[in-house]
Design a protein around this ligand. Sequence first.
Ligand code: SF4
Length: 288
Amino acid sequence: MTLARSRAIKRALDRVRKDCDQIARRGSDPVSMVHRYTTHHDQEIVALVASSVAFGNVKAILAKLEDALARLGPSPAATADDQLGTFAAMHGWFHRVYRGEDIARLVIGARRVQRASGSLGARFAADLDAAGDLKEGLARFCDALREAGGFARSTTKRRGPMHLLPDPRAGSANKRLFLFLRWMIRPADGVDLGLWPQIDPSVLLVPVDTHIHKLAQNLGLCTRKDVSFKTSEEITFHLRKFDAADPVKYDFSLCHMGMLQRCPSRRDEARCEGCGVKPVCRHWAPRA
Ligand code: SF4
């Protein structure tokens, strides 16, 4: 990528970010649930739950989260101290591949890790430090949550538990785990919470789903055809050229760009109208 093109993309992304009314958009994002809580422990646990179920239709996600959090009471961390009470509270809840017992194990596991390490942030920082890289650090953190939540001892053959806490070593995209890390580690800006200031935001990888993948391809930030850990690494490699200290700062505004979900990935006058990255989209490059 030439320096001129790189600068043009940065200008477009900065404009998209500046034009995004983050606080207004936050209300339609699962991160809004985390902002309802005031204690560090509750915010960590709610963020883990909210990011873990954040896939599919956003209205359905928000409705299911409302239900789950109502069941977990005003302090999910305090509720999680009562194991049987947590399983009872979540009984009958479901969302796609998840069942209430999966969420119960997740919050019980997270609470046990908080009690053992002081906070989820302290545990993740220690895992990251010991592992020396994000993939293995995150994998160890997930191992700890799974172990503490009793996922390993569960005999269920359902897909839900593994989907809830995937193993980053497998190389999948880990979109929801990267989203959780973004919320916790990026400095507080009204959306992300900056709860883990001991961790440098430059280590973060951008959460990638099919929409961000397509957008990155249209901007020339990605050549990979799959949506995987390596894809996040490739896109973040380019984003670091725009801000090495905080490469994933564009993620929220790009995800909330109106046309992201309906990007046609071709030159389409009507559907591309108003797209914030149109000036640098490969489909709109001047034709020879
Ligand atoms: S200009 Fe059109 S094709 Fe390009 S990213 Fe925007 S919506 Fe997609």
